[in-house]
Write a protein that binds this ligand. Structure first.
Ligand code: G4P
Length: 530
């Protein structure tokens, strides 16, 4: 037992989120360099191969040069075993991205210092807030002209509704970037471009009280820093570890991933402030990895056809307790039987590697013969508990699906159901008719193309999609409601999901409000409970 808990204590599992181009890949790459997982910058995303991230499993990713799926990277640093869950850096992300956040214990948000909070960050952030996980902010690209520091912090607080606490403070930006000041240690870390591909820059640190600091920074920069610090100390939130752990206060760091400045400082503080895997909720109460000795995990993502020749399907699971050994038999709660977990894999930089051991906090991908669904629990525990389900997030784009060759009905139904089971899309039916009219809902419009492409390539079925004007979906939380009696707006559409649960579609948020006003006691929710 103690060896297992020792291993789990070393684990830190976090998701990295940002708007495209803020520098997430560059920062991840620098982390891996520190951990010695790669020995040259550029291995994560080769410049020559353009924008391919680590996980270009699907052809469509290659064609478009973007990453559709999210991947997991593991590396060791300073006695810690770190799992980074990458999230697709494209605006057309899918529900996968949301689910990835369900598997993380904390999140690192990368923000471009010249832009502040951008659209995608806002969306992903909402999920972090829902889960109350700690959120760390890395304000990147300080070597370029940045927005005013107070403005940046204000932006985060206003846009995301979370308090901020800068751990260090930038001294200038762009050509005038001199470094960062650590508010706790009162040391100035002087900016030097220690550059791409190496971790060995000699970081120069000097106390703020050392007379030489004024000379090194220049009079103007030093005066500005003094003034800004006075303002911040007077008005800013105080550091409170408890609030950080609850996701109510985000520690903020400044740096420049490209020039490798501030990355290691950030990593060290981050590891210091985060915890090893915490208890997770199940139907039998909290399962604490420090107490529960047996293996348990939940599936948060299913990826089909990573290797087209084999038509394989990989179920990614987050281990929550105990130890995993390759080939072990575990109990699949939802399936009601024992299964053997074979071909376990982990992502290492650009490769998948077969592993034979993993621990609570780790993410593994195992071969799935088509039996797993998102949210399923696997365990060796005699208690046979099930982890809390993963919520179904509201799709924002809808289309009616028309099959072009109606002779291939069977393949069509099989294909669309399998793809929905993986969670790439959600499918619905007209409320009063059967399967004839299928409505598909997605979080990012790219998933429409993925659906068309996969149905054609994997199931030989051609479809046409007719986009619908609806953008808002609501689950009905009342148990005892007669759907026929709901008085909606003219644009409202009644549909049901695969479990037969009724849902409402609306074109705009005004209609949602009108419908709520017109039906007393109606409770609508943006998230479907599983
Ligand atoms: P992403 O994963 O969040 O989409 O961003 P990525 O790391 O790919 O970075 C986007 C661009 O920003 C890249 O330039 C990268 O080199 C640059 N960048 C990242 N961090 C910094 C930084 O701290 N300072 C500056 N000045 N630039 C930074 P690119 O020209 O689009 O790509 P590449 O040719 O450099 O790969």
């Amino acid at each position: 037992m103690s060896k297992i808990t020792d291993e789990i204590k070393k684990r830190r599992t976090f998701a990295i989120i940002s708007h495209p181009d803020a520098g997430k890949t560059t920062l991840t790459e620098k982390f891996l360099l520190y951990g010695g997982a790669i020995n040259q910058a550029g291995s994560v995303k080769g410049k020559a191969t353009a924008k391919h991230a680590v996980s270009d499993w699907m052809e469509i990713e290659k064609e478009r040069g973007i990453s559709v799926t999210s991947s997991v990277l593991q590396f060791n640093y300073d006695g810690f075993c770190i799992n980074i869950l990458d999230t697709p850096g494209h605006q057309d992300f899918s529900e996968d991205t949301y689910r990835t956040l369900m598997a993380a214990d904390s999140a690192v948000m990368v923000i471009d210092a010249s832009k502040g909070v951008e659209a995608q960050t806002r969306k992903l952030f909402k999920v972090c807030v829902m889960r109350h996980i700690p959120i760390f902010t890395f304000i990147n690209k300080m070597d370029r002209e940045a927005l005013d520091t107070f403005e940046l912090l204000d932006d985060i607080e206003k846009e995301l509704g979370i308090a901020t606490c800068p751990i260090n403070w930038p001294i200038g930006s762009g050509k005038g970037f001199r470094g960062v000041y650590d508010r706790q240690t009162e040391m100035v870390e002087l900016f030097s471009d220690t550059h791409k591909g190496t971790t060995q820059g000699d970081v120069k640190e000097i106390s703020i009280h050392d007379p030489e600091t004024q000379w090194l920074l220049g009079d103007e920069a030093k005066t500005t820093l003094d003034e800004e610090m006075e303002l911040q100390d007077g008005a800013g939130a105080e550091f409170d570890m408890d609030m950080v752990r609850k996701g109510e206060l985000s520690p903020v760091f400044f740096g420049s991933a490209l020039t490798n400045f501030g990355v290691e400082t950030f990593l060290k503080h981050f590891l210091d402030m985060t915890t090893s895997p915490l208890p997770r909720m199940s139907d039998k109460g909290e399962v604490d990895p420090m107490v529960e000795p047996d293996f348990s995990a939940f599936v948060f993502k299913i990826q089909a056809n990573m290797n087209k020749a084999h038509r394989d399907r990989i179920a990614f699971m987050r281990i929550c307790s105990g130890e995993f050994e390759a080939g072990m038999n575990v109990y699949h709660i939802q399936g009601g039987r024992e299964v053997r977990l074979s071909q376990p894999q982990q992502m290492m930089a650009s490769e998948r590697k077969i592993i034979d051991r993993a621990y609570g906090g780790d993410i593994i991908g195992v071969f799935d013969p088509g039996i797993f669904s998102i949210g399923d629990t696997l365990t060796l525990s005699k208690d046979k508990f099930a982890y809390e389900g993963i919520p179904t997030f509201a799709p924002e784009h809808f289309a009616k699906v028309h099959q072009i060759d109606t002779m291939k009905r069977k393949q069509f139904v099989k294909g669309i159901n399998q793809i929905a089971q993986e969670g790439a899309i959600q499918i619905f039916q007209e409320y009063h008719t059967g399967m004839e009219e299928i409505v598909v809902g997605v979080v990012g419009v790219l998933q429409f193309d993925v659906l068309k492409y996969r149905l054609l390539n994997e199931y030989n079925v051609e479809i046409r999609l007719d986009n619908m004007p609806h953008e808002h979906i609501r689950w009905i939380d009342n148990d005892d409601i007669d759907l026929d009696k709901i008085i909606g707006t003219s644009d409202m559409k009644k549909i049901k999901d695969l479990k037969g649960r009724p849902l409402l579609l609306f074109v705009n948020s005004w209609s949602v409000k009108m419908t709520l006003d017109r039906n007393e006691g109606l409770v609508l929710s943006e998230v479907g409970r599983s």
